[in-house]
Write a protein that binds this ligand. Sequence first.
Ligand code: GLA
Length: 396
Amino acid sequence: MVPSPSRTRLLDDLTERFHAEFGPGPMRLFFAPGRINLVGAHLDYSGGDVMPMAVDRGIYAAVRPRDDQRIRLRSLDLPQKVDVDGAQVGARTRPEYGWAGYPLGVWRGFCQGHAVHRGVDVVFGGDMPMASGLSSSAAIEVVTGIALDALFDTRLERQQIALLAHRAETGFVGVRCGIMDQFASALGRAGQVLLLHCAGPRWEHVPFDPEACEVLVMDTLKPRALAKTGFNERVAQCATAHELLRTHVRDLPHLAQYTVADLEQAREAMDELLFRRARHVVGEMDRIRAGVAALRRHDYRGLGQQLDASHRSTATDYAVSCDELDVITDAARECDGVFGARLTGAGFGGCAIALVEPGRSGEVAERVARVFEARFGVAPGFDLLRVGDGPGEVAR
Ligand code: GLA
């Protein structure tokens, strides 16, 4: 197991770096969690239901408002520094902004809604792997929103912060993602998973018992190089499938609302690839219904079965898995004490999760590591995550 650096040490590092970069004086600390998604793969942008949980890892920000309009952004983990005039931030990110495009997009959206004439100094740091499917991008967006809201006393609701973060990612950064990641981070609640009906959006929280089930994250370390193009391609395919269903079967607002019978009726009009993409979406809605029912009756084995079925469908019909994710989840499923396993996030590499009987994650990780290393010659990363709290200010 790779232990995450302790929170206290991370906060000390953030504070020290903040003062080294921006000088002594008071500053405030904020946190927003990353997420894993239990079931509901690639459903958010098709108006379906998803069931993510905020995890006990995420992104921290040390923040201080300035008297002028400059925005200075630093990261403990990435070398690039950004120093811009807030009034000059345009409608889209720029290559030179790099990772800072996410917080700058939130800044820009925030300023459009509120008359803010002061800039900020920020240092970000995190205790989660970046770019591996746990949504560090949503966490950095949401922590920025939470910090600006607190600094400028705008009293936004959590869902407004989620929407601000989502607009930053789609409008400013240009990723056509659904709303799941930003809502999971902004609306996280200790001991609960979020059941998000993306068509509304509406949501409810469902208890998840960490004493009954551990969440083991298994990092293939495979870069998600194809994630952006592959992701946008799936979004476009779902839109086309929806359009065909609307014209050939019936007019429903979202692809996730159709049935298998509808798909059969439109089969002639769709090519095989579109049919399979749509079949994943429609089938995943059944799996999420079954997964939620299992969770409500504390049946973690039943929930695990839905994860397994979800992985199969994302690997075959939706084609967003890869050898590494298939091997790592198969290896986990073969271990005693594993309820189920699937890729998490967009797929194409990065992390998978396994639901494991309490106390058995260590032995599962050892066995999975042996199988994975024998096949790919690389030792995967493991981490035990707990269902975490939502975002907020960190007291020291
Ligand atoms: C990425 C996107 C989300 C969602 C998932 C797949 O994480 O950002 O909006 O579509 O992939 O479930």
